[in-house]
Design a protein around this ligand. Structure first.
Ligand SMILES: NC(=O)C1=CN([C@@H]2O[C@H](COP(=O)(O)OP(=O)(O)OC[C@H]3O[C@@H](n4cnc5c(N)ncnc54)[C@H](OP(=O)(O)O)[C@@H]3O)[C@@H](O)[C@H]2O)C=CC1
Ligand SMILES: O=C1Nc2ccccc2C1=O
Length: 299
């Protein structure tokens, strides 16, 4: 499995299986056995990186599935539930520190996560009990106490990351997880370039948006042509387009045949011209699925 190097020297497997979106079950306590089985299948097929979050309600399922292999063979991500951008949903826990400690003990049943993120920058002291900078300091303490190996952010704009950097943090964010695909190459202005210049790895959620939600669209014919040229599925072409830009895709499938395919992307390379062409065609359409102004709520 290809890896990326993070700014703290840690390595991160270059593609992740997401335990959110289609698996989202916040507010229900019962274990989803189909998710446990699918996560085990994904691990057996070679996924070593699982993307979770408090808000997904699936930390218990991840905890069950990861018993399958030694802990050090896996890379587990979780995220502090910042709630929605309208401040109507909040974490079940007092603060980000407590959230991870309790989820590790009661759900993940493992002593640490490899990566812990603030799920969004929508953090207000009056609502969350901590300001954005104090939330970040909670994450730093999680590293100091051994509960998280690496820390980062998600859905952060340039100015949100700058606010953390301006606070003179002990630890810099290592990752910014954002919505990224051919139809959303800038979740917010300049964010990809800024992260790459500051040695912050960009993780792409919804990398297959153009296939699942974007059809018909301007990249369809070209991606189909590349699919024929490389004898790879359209999903594989889009995951490769993401990876070759130094961006880590987080995807998922509920279906066995797709899960294996997602990992069979390390034996071919798109040319620079092909990467550029997908990017240019993609700019003709905008598709944003998450964290829109109108979105506000999770459900
Ligand atoms: N930080 C954040 O705020 C967010 C993080 N995430 C993370 O990213 C993960 C992945 O996000 P997601 O948007 O689901 O990622 P993708 O864009 O990779 O979409 C995956 C979905 O696409 C479907 N799909 C795959 N190929 C095709 C195709 N050829 N035609 C039609 N449908 C297809 C799959 O369906 P099927 O099951 O039928 O194969 C699956 O449900 C989440 O689980 C979560 O971990 C997601 C959103 C926000
Ligand atoms: O997986 C996710 N589904 C979501 C829906 C709304 C906001 C964030 C998310 C996720 O992270």
């Amino acid at each position: 499995m290809q890896t990326f190097k993070l700014n703290n020297g840690a390595t991160i497997p270059a593609i992740a299986y997401g335990a959110g979106t289609a698996w989202f079950k916040f507010g229900q306590d019962q274990i989803d056995t189909k998710l446990v089985d699918t996560l085990k299948l994904a691990i057996k097929k070679g996924f070593t990186h699982i993307d979770g979050a408090e808000i997904y309600g699936t930390s218990g399922e991840i905890g069950e599935a990861i018993q399958l292999v030694p802990r050090d063979q896996l890379f587990i991500t979780s995220k502090y539930n910042t709630g929605d951008s309208l401040y109507t949903i909040r974490s079940a826990y007092e603060n980000p520190y407590q959230s991870l400690v309790k989820e590790l003990e009661n759900k993940f049943k493992t002593p640490y996560v490899d990566l812990y993120l603030l799920h969004s920058p929508y953090i207000k002291k009056s609502f969350h009990g901590v300001s954005l900078v104090e939330a970040w300091q909670n994450l730093e303490k999680l590293v100091e106490d051994g509960y998280a190996k690496t820390i980062g952010v998600s859905n952060f704009k340039v100015e949100d990351i700058q606010e953390i950097l301006d606070s003179n943090p002990k630890i810099k964010p290592a990752v910014n997880q954002i919505e990224f695909n051919a139809y959303l190459q800038e979740q917010t202005p300049g964010i990809v370039k800024y992260c790459q210049e500051h040695d912050i790895l960009v993780e792409a959620y919804s990398p297959l948006g153009p296939l699942s939600k974007g059809k018909p669209g301007p990249i369809d014919d070209y991606v189909e042509k590349l699919s024929g040229k490389y004898h790879k599925a359209e999903e594989q072409i889009l995951l490769k387009w993401t990876l070759q830009q130094g961006i880590l895709p987080i995807t998922l499938s509920t279906k066995e045949e797709r899960i294996g395919k997602f990992l069979d992307i390390f034996d071919f390379e798109l040319t620079n011209e092909e990467i550029k062409q997908i990017s240019e065609l993609g700019k003709q359409k905008t598709l944003r699925q998450y964290w829109t102004k109108e979105y506000g709520h999770y459900k």
